[in-house]
Ligand binder design. Structure first.
Ligand code: C2E
Ligand code: MG
Ligand code: MG
Ligand code: MG
Length: 281
């Protein structure tokens, strides 16, 4: 209909596109400022050892509360950061902030075994990443095993020549690598032999379908089998119900994460959550 009604609509479209472009640019510069001014935060979601109920670690997830626009989802601002060249800075910030927080918790005497940070493939283009990470760990008196880096299968579509080198160096330092959202992306499994990972995370789409879909059950079992035979820790993410939890525990999943246990929490809320757990268990 718009096409038929001629020029007036063309200018309507271009002004609308112009407006979208302007909104985007405004959001980009707001994100840049938020990163510079410390307006991004990390929330932490507990990961639980199935056999003992003990804390296995926490995953750091970035949060942005814009003064006027309110909370903006990572599903929106992470791709934005990627498109406008801020993702490497964001990744560096997240590693630094998560390490600072873990060290602070340790100083307070809280037993948090490790922290996981999500990194985009772009972060691994930087040949300095291994030294940035080792300096950060040293600065906070942390061991390499205290840090896990979550990557996605997209990293394999990345043709940057530095990526593999950086990944291997980071792993050689003793930092653990985790394959996030496993089973949803790149389809070849051959990379599981090539990438020096320690952990697989079953994507939450499989978990969501477990109760009603036998195929999802078969796949979660198969993915656990692949992980175990490669001596990887397999984490089930996105567990929302006790039924899902029981099924995955019966299948033999060693580590669980999801709203059933806790949503991602601000640091002080995580401290309360931990304190309450000690009382009730
Ligand atoms: P992800 O790394 O796979 O993180 C898990 C996402 O699932 C998180 O969403 C978490 O809040 C959500 N989640 C956890 N448990 C449940 C559950 O039981 N049910 C449901 N429905 N969802 C659950 P969030 O925080 O919105 O993050 C979305 C994605 O954004 C992350 O997926 C990750 O890919 C990306 N992201 C978040 N923070 C960062 C970051 O600092 N750097 C990078 N590069 N990416 C990040
Ligand atoms: Mg993750
Ligand atoms: Mg995931
Ligand atoms: Mg994801």
């Amino acid at each position: 209909q718009a096409k038929r009604s001629g020029r007036g609509h063309c200018s309507f479209y271009s002004s609308e596109m112009n407006q979208l472009a302007q909104e985007r640019m405004a959001l980009e510069s707001a994100l840049r400022q938020a990163l510079e001014n410390g307006q991004l935060h990390l929330n932490y979601q507990p990961q639980i050892e199935m056999s003992t109920g003990k804390l296995y670690g926490v995953e750091a997830l970035a949060r942005w509360s814009h003064p006027e626009l309110g909370d903006i989802s990572p599903a929106r601002f992470i791709p934005l950061a990627e498109e406008c060249g801020l993702i490497a800075d964001l990744g560096r910030w997240a590693v630094g902030e998560a390490c600072r927080q873990l060290a602070q918790w340790r100083t307070k005497g809280l037993a948090i075994p490790a922290v996981s940070v999500n990194l985009s493939p772009t972060s691994f283009h930087n040949l300095e990443l291994p030294s940035i990470i080792s300096n950060t760990l040293q600065q906070h008196a942390l061991k390499p095993e205290d840090l896990t880096l979550e990557i996605t299968e997209n990293i394999l579509l990345d043709t940057n020549p530095g990526t593999m080198k950086t990944i291997s160096e980071v792993q050689a330092q003793g930092v653990r690598l985790s394959m996030d959202d496993f089973g949803t992306g790149y389809s070849s499994l051959s990379y599981l032999r090539r990438l020096p990972i320690s952990e697989l995370k079953l994507d939450r789409s499989f978990v969501a379908d477990l109760e009603n879909d036998e195929a999802a059950q078969a796949l979660s079992r198969a993915i656990l089998g692949i992980g175990q035979s490669l001596r990887l820790t397999v984490v089930a993410e996105g567990i929302e119900t006790q039924a899902q939890n029981l099924m995955l525990r019966e299948q033999g999943y060693p580590v669980a994460q999801g709203y059933l246990f806790s949503r991602p929490l601000a640091p002080s809320d995580l401290e309360c959550w931990l304190a309450e757990r000690v009382v009730t268990h």
